[in-house]
Design a protein around this ligand. Structure first.
Ligand SMILES: [Zn+2]
Ligand SMILES: [Zn+2]
Length: 251
């Protein structure tokens, strides 16, 4: 019971931090918006999305709390915890991001698309709109956290790396302004890069699957560069893909 309370408290603190960071990004959206979102009316749907993510995150945290105590993991946990930070940070970052890339491609396959289309339903993007995901979507993109955090025994460096890049992918991927970071914006997913993934046209939304590092798309030939796109292109689902909210949520 005590463990459940601690997990819940930790997740509520994380949720409050996400909202505070999001409101900070909202100031930039207000000042540097690239698309007119004034008629946006779907905040409650996005709030439902973050509630589902919150439930998923609580169940993941409880799973890690139980799995990390398995005796079979002890020697692996000891080895990982002896590694220096300059090995742990890139290893955790690349492992988590590559698993996300593979899971995201799976979600775009014929058998899993119905579980992912809710994420592609917004026709306007802002910092809050990336949270829409069915429970299968949340599990496929979140199970790597259970895996990595259990085998590292909640190593704080690994936890911070995964936390920061998860927040970056969720927020920076969906904000309504462009982000230009010299040199890094060739290898880092930016809002203008992920926005293409939310395009209405199927050929475009079946590209740019990467979450944080763009080189997975480059390596596997699934990249569409922002400079090849017009200033404006429609976002969202085609009429044949649109179904009711609850069907999208359940898949
Ligand atoms: Zn997608
Ligand atoms: Zn997205």
């Amino acid at each position: 019971m005590q463990e459940i309370k601690e997990v819940l408290r930790g997740q509520l603190i994380q949720l409050a931090s996400v909202m505070a960071f999001g409101l900070f990004l909202g100031l930039f959206e207000w000042r540097f918006a690239v698309r007119d979102n004034k008629k946006y009316r779907e905040h409650w749907i996005d709030a439902l999305g973050i509630f589902c993510v919150f439930l998923g995150a609580c169940s993941f945290a409880l799973s890690v709390a139980a799995l990390r105590k398995l005796p079979v993991l002890h020697s692996l946990q000891t080895t990982i915890n002896e590694l220096p930070w300059y090995v742990l940070v890139p290893a955790a970052s690349l492992a988590a991001d590559f698993i996300n890339y593979l899971a995201h491609r799976l979600l775009h396959s014929k058998h899993f698309w119905n579980f992912h289309r809710w994420h592609h339903s917004p026709e306007q993007l802002f910092w809050f709109s990336g949270f829409r995901g069915s429970f299968v979507h949340i599990f496929l993109l979140g199970f790597k956290n259970i895996l990595i955090l259990s085998i590292s025994n909640l190593n704080p460096i690994v936890l911070a790396t995964i936390g920061v890049q998860g927040l970056y992918a969720q927020m920076a991927g969906h904000v309504n302004f462009d982000l230009h970071i010299p040199i890094l914006d060739r290898i880092l997913v930016t809002p203008q890069y992920h926005r293409i993934h939310h395009a209405f046209e199927r050929k475009l939304h079946d590209s740019n699957y990467s979450f944080v590092w763009t080189f997975w798309d480059k390596i596997f030939g699934t990249q569409t560069l922002p400079e090849s796109m017009p200033d404006f292109f429609p976002l969202g689902l085609t009429p044949s893909e649109k179904v009711g909210l609850w069907r999208m949520l359940l898949g």
